[in-house]
Design a protein around this ligand. Structure first.
Ligand code: PRX
Length: 633
């Protein structure tokens, strides 16, 4: 199993009486019991808090497992609930989005009225390009307001968005566009990252050389450099915005609850990335309900989730969840340390952020700069903190709690995945916390920790983490590959959803996630597959074969180490190592740039020809090599 250690500590951090007095949901045991006894009743109650064009006939259809359906027969559209309905109530003039540029020179704000107008304009433009219900649209942009408009505009017209993280590069983008047979791409001329410009349009042009399904490209101007515009195919967004078609009114498509809302590619252990499918109905209800309970979002809150929209956290808890709740969302273009390591603390102070949701890797990076940076700022607006993406080590937890939250703000350590769409194991504001544990399953969910045969392990023992109850925002399938969906998630432990993680449960029922048991690497919380890094290396002429593994890293959680077997005629020189690292960065993306390249004469393999990454990992860390009976010497 995983090499990551979590060290259970015994302290409990109950919320203060003062905090509890301001907390909406304190009857957790009661709600939990209700959801456990009547799963469908619980979720129907949550769904009733949202608006439907037609009510569902059946809450859950499990007649064709594992192809579960939720709110069967119901009609809705997530954008109706996230934008349209707020724009005609008391929230019309409430701020939906506050955006700040990386350099701090530009700020844009959008009320729910303005957000509705901007989404409608983009939706009209998308529709005018012949995009209709079910068509796939790839969005490849930086963190600017238009990426939010683009996602919502797609959903509004019933198109299926596929957001590709702006830190990915040519190969990753091309694979995702081709696999989804995308009709339209929405991108930018470029994006800013730590003061540098990333030329997104150039990367898009390269990727599109091999993507014949793409008919149109919309380009939003952000960085302002000259870019190539292909006649008939490429259109500046600002040029389209002045056309009569781009008016601020646009009908919202009526969607079946089970119609796909988006696909999001994520890495698995083998093969090409998996296209996770989420729906309008169940995903909407899950996003709304989980954020409502776990972050207790109130009208007066200013909510900041630091995730990029290119990942599931950005989808569910930067865009859809908070807007479904009618919240005010803060959205920042930049990262935590540019130009100085106080950037986030300064923004919390400037914008009066009350809920702050981020990742352990960022906390660890910021910790290294010391307490003086956060202490320069007034962080007293904060009420609640959140963590996601990997286990949070107790040291980072304590720093976050004490230095950022001043011992007053509970930390919601939320465990979930691209596949689950929403939180599955998480504390609530009223839960006593244990640093490093993501506490207990969300309402209605039942977790098991099992051995290789699917038998529950003893309390405190490590085992595979499985989810045993269906939930509305569960992935429905892998786009275009039902069999891989069944094989990946439902076959190892029949009837139960296999998460790919290992975990322990302590005597108080708290879950301690240890990490992935497959070949997924978590670099700074970003999920990468060894297979993707290896295929990128393979396109370099010097490489015969390679193996990528993740090794523990103090700040990033894991770092990418690659073992490379060289082609004849190539010398194992340091310059070549650097060249190979750059090659991966250019093709797959800067986030996937290997930390270390090591040349090896022959990769250790099993007799059936599978690379033994486990052995490479053990050797690299000087750990016992374990059972070598299958090794082909
Ligand atoms: O290993 C778990 C880890 O992140 C994986 C899912 O990655 P991804 O699909 O990219 O989604 C990340 C954001 C939801 C999980 O299988 N993970 C996520 N949250 C936690 C976590 N590990 C421990 N504690 C968490 N809170």
């Amino acid at each position: 199993m995983s090499d990551q250690k979590s060290s259970p500590v015994s302290e409990m951090y109950p919320p203060s009486a003062e905090f509890l007095a301001r907390t909406t949901h304190t009857n957790l045991a009661e709600i939990s019991k209700h959801a456990e006894k009547d799963l469908e009743g619980f979720w129907a109650g949550e769904a009733e808090e949202l608006e439907w064009f037609r009510k569902w006939d059946q809450v859950l259809d499990d007649s064709n497992k594992p192809f579960y359906k939720w709110f069967v027969g119901g009609h809705t559209n997530v954008v109706h609930n996230a934008v349209d309905r707020h724009a005609i109530t008391h929230r019309k003039n409430k701020l939906a989005l506050i955006w700040q540029s990386e350099d701090g020179k530009t700020q844009q704000t959008f009320s729910y009225h303005a957000l509705n107008r901007e989404v409608n304009r983009m939706a009209n433009i998308i529709r005018s390009m012949g995009v209709t219900k079910g068509d796939r649209v790839t969005i490849y942009m930086g963190r600017i307001p238009e990426i939010v408009f683009a996602m919502l505009a797609c959903a509004k017209v019933g198109a299926v968005h596929s957001v590709v993280f702006g830190g990915f590069s040519i190969d990753a983008l091309q694979n995702r566009i081709s696999d989804s047979a995308t009709k339209l791409v929405i991108t930018c001329d470029g994006s800013f990252q730590n003061g540098k410009r990333i030329n997104l349009k150039d990367i898009t042009d390269e990727a599109l050389k091999l993507c014949p399904t793409v008919e149109n490209v919309i380009v939003v101007k952000r960085t302002g450099q000259d870019v190539y515009m292909e006649a008939m195919r490429d259109h500046w967004y600002h040029d389209m915005c002045v056309l009569p078609i781009a008016n601020g009114k646009c009908p919202t498509e009526v969607m079946d609850a089970e119609d796909p809302l988006f696909i999001l590619y994520t890495s698995g252990s083998t093969g090409k990335p998996k296209a996770i499918v989420h729906t309008h109905g169940g995903y909407m209800v899950g996003a709304y309900s989980t954020l409502k309970y776990v972050f207790d979002v109130k009208d007066e809150d200013r909510y900041w989730c630091t995730a990029d929209p290119g990942w599931i956290t950005g989808h569910t808890y930067l865009v859809y969840g908070p807007l479904l709740l009618g919240a005010t969302v803060f959205f920042f273009e930049g990262g935590p340390t540019y130009p100085y390591p106080n950037r986030w603390w300064q923004l919390i102070e400037q914008f009066g952020i009350s809920i702050f949701y981020t990742a352990p890797t960022a906390i660890r990076a910021l910790m290294r700069f010391g307490e003086a940076w956060p202490n320069k700022h007034d962080l007293s607006s904060l009420r609640l903190l959140g963590s996601v993406g990997e286990p949070i080590n107790p040291e980072a937890w304590s720093w976050f709690h004490k230095v950022v939250g001043k011992n007053l703000c509970p930390i919601m350590d939320t465990w979930w995945q691209t596949e689950t769409g929403t939180f599955q194991i998480t504390p609530m504001p009223a839960t006593p916390l244990k640093p490093g544990s993501c506490a207990k399953p969300f309402f209605g969910q039942v977790v098991e920790i099992v051995d290789e045969k699917g038998k529950p392990v003893e309390t405190g023992a490590e085992g595979y983490l499985v989810l045993t109850r269906p939930w509305p925002s569960m992935l429905r399938t892998l786009y275009g590959d039902d069999q891989r969906y069944v094989d990946t998630y439902w076959t190892k432990f029949p009837g139960k959803y296999f998460t790919g993680d290992s975990a322990r449960r302590d005597k108080d029922g708290y879950i301690w996630v240890i990490g992935r048991v497959d070949d997924v690497i978590k670099v700074s919380g970003h999920r990468l597959g060894t297979a993707e890094v290896e295929s990128a290396l393979l396109t370099h002429p010097a490489v015969v074969e390679s193996a990528a593994i993740g090794l523990p890293h103090e700040v990033k959680g894991q770092a990418i180490h690659c073992f490379v077997q060289l082609n004849r005629g190539f010398e194992p020189k340091d310059e070549l190592k650097e060249d190979l690292r750059k090659h991966v960065s250019t093709h797959l993306g800067p986030i996937a740039k290997p930390d270390v390249i090591e040349f090896i004469d022959k990769l250790p393999k099993t007799r059936s020809g599978k690379i033994m990454r486990r052995l490479l990992k053990a050797r690299a860390q000087g750990l016992p090599e374990g059972d070598l009976s299958t090794l082909d010497e």
